[in-house]
Design a protein around this ligand. Structure first.
Ligand SMILES: Cc1cc2nc3c(=O)[nH]c(=O)nc-3n(C[C@H](O)[C@H](O)[C@H](O)COP(=O)(O)OP(=O)(O)OC[C@H]3O[C@@H](n4cnc5c(N)ncnc54)[C@H](O)[C@@H]3O)c2cc1C
Length: 419
């Protein structure tokens, strides 16, 4: 089966679809064998809990503690950790699929899971040379810890490759950071943060540090009463942390960013957004079917929008499947990961996936008409629309495109269609 031919109705076969789309490829250094049927059953249990509380999470703008509690109970927080540390060695495809499944029922739960798994991937791929981080991986599996991310700082918005606050100290280190946004900062067991390497270092000379809850205090700077993604609790904090120098990951942030953080985050986020889009398209399909049934088989006028919605969803799913294949193939090859082609492709994934996801949800709403627009209808896509509108601004597409202008000058335009 090809991912482009998958229908929304077949979405429960996601793991197998992704498997097929990957052409059986397994990444060196990434995925160990995972029992996909058993994992699917656990994901389904968590998704059922997330679905039951999604409305209340959105209405209350509160952390989805039931869903994350269920994910912990099913040991989903550590599936990406290698077996030698107590995890399951799941690869990026399996994790992306969990994000997709959760996105279909609760966008906030899916995005929290996607952000957490991105931090775990950074630890797995860049922390194994350090005994402190190896120990942390074991603890993460045993305690099903939840890790948050701090990259946004002060007025610099989504400029991930520059930091203002610097690490201070020799054996013991300290950090004092104006962290404008840390999703689920209060609920997390640890925060993985970027920082300038030292007081005298350039803003782009960054490191990545893990601080555990006992290492920091958070003073709230602003709350989170947002349009969508309300359960992510993406509040702003003054983060004051201290710890040991070993808590800094051994690799430079430049390497971690290009090799793992950016590509993994973009795949995981896109998968969560694809899940939201799929859920909206599903509602549109149910609406059109019901309308057609009521009118003796005549399709309602908005049916064309359903076609558009399912078409953009297919393109989106295909885009993600291709990105997963590329990441798996390059994951153990530094030259491939650092190539202009790979970096451009993974950055564009975020831009394109967010635009396709927004289009899919908008088309779904138009297919449902007023029933989709209303909040009190079984076909409402109001929450999906509010949640998905976070996707182009979660690291602004404009910023990504502006940063890519120079590399785009270097990249050659293929002369053959199949290059
Ligand atoms: C749901 C959600 C959860 C988040 N969770 C976290 C988290 O856990 N941790 C974290 O650190 N951050 C988090 N963020 C923040 C996110 O990563 C970005 O940093 C943030 O969304 C960017 O904010 P901004 O739009 O104010 O900033 P900017 O990136 O500065 O953008 C501001 C405006 O300037 C424009 N702009 C910016 N740069 C350019 C450019 N070069 N060319 C043209 N126009 C430009 C943009 O279009 C935009 O309109 C989260 C964001 C969301 C939406």
């Amino acid at each position: 089966m090809n991912i482009h031919t998958a229908t929304i109705a077949g979405a429960s076969k996601d793991l197998r679809l992704l498997e097929a789309a990957r052409g059986g490829q397994r990444a060196v250094n990434f995925a160990e064998t995972t029992d996909t049927a058993e994992l699917r059953a656990r994901v389904d249990k968590v998704a059922a809990v997330a679905a039951a509380h999604a409305k209340a999470v959105d209405a209350g703008s509160r952390f989805p503690h039931e869903a994350i509690g269920a994910a912990r109970a099913e040991a989903l927080m550590s599936i990406g950790v290698p077996r030698e540390f107590g995890g399951e060695g799941a690869g990026v495809a399996e994790i992306a699929d969990v994000c997709y499944s959760l996105g279909r029922v609760c966008a906030s739960t899916a995005m929290i899971y996607a952000m957490h798994q991105t931090k775990v991937a950074c630890l797995v791929r860049h922390g194994r040379a350090s005994s402190w981080h190896r120990l942390l991986l074991r603890r993460l599996c045993a305690e099903q810890m939840l890790l948050a991310s701090s990259t946004t700082e002060g007025q610099s918005g989504g400029d991930l490759r520059n930091s203002a606050a610097a690490v201070d100290g020799e054996q013991r280190i300290t950090l004092d950071r104006q962290a404008t946004v840390i999703s689920y900062g209060e609920q997390a067991d640890g925060i993985v943060t970027t920082a300038r390497r030292a007081a005298e270092a350039a803003s782009s000379d960054q490191v990545l540090i893990v601080f555990l809850k006992e290492n920091y205090t958070l003073e709230r700077l602003n709350g989170w009463d947002a349009f969508g993604m309300r359960g992510t609790c993406s509040e702003g904090f003054k983060l004051v942390a201290s710890g040991l120098r070993e808590q800094i990951l051994p690799a430079s942030y430049e390497k971690i960013h290009g090799h793992t953080m950016m590509p993994f985050a973009h795949i995981a986020w896109s998968s969560a957004w694809a899940g939201i889009a799929a859920a909206a398209a599903e509602r549109a399909r149910a609406f059109v079917r019901k309308a057609a049934h009521r009118s003796g088989g005549t399709l309602p006028p908005g049916a064309d929008h359903l076609t558009r919605s399912t078409a953009t969803l297919r393109t989106l799913r295909g885009l993600i499947a291709t990105a997963i294949r590329r990441f798996e193939a390059a994951s153990a090859d530094p030259a491939a990961l650092e190539s202009v082609d790979f970096q451009t492709g993974m950055n564009l994934l975020k831009v394109n996936a967010s635009e396709l996801a927004v289009s899919t949800v908008l088309s779904a709403m138009q297919a449902c008409g007023l029933s989709g627009y209303r909040n009190d209808s079984e076909f409402s896509v109001g929450r999906h629309l509010r949640d998905i509108l976070s996707s182009p601004i979660m690291i602004s597409n404009d910023r990504i495109l502006a940063n890519m202008a120079s590399p785009s000058l270097l990249a050659s335009i293929p002369t053959s269609l199949c290059d």
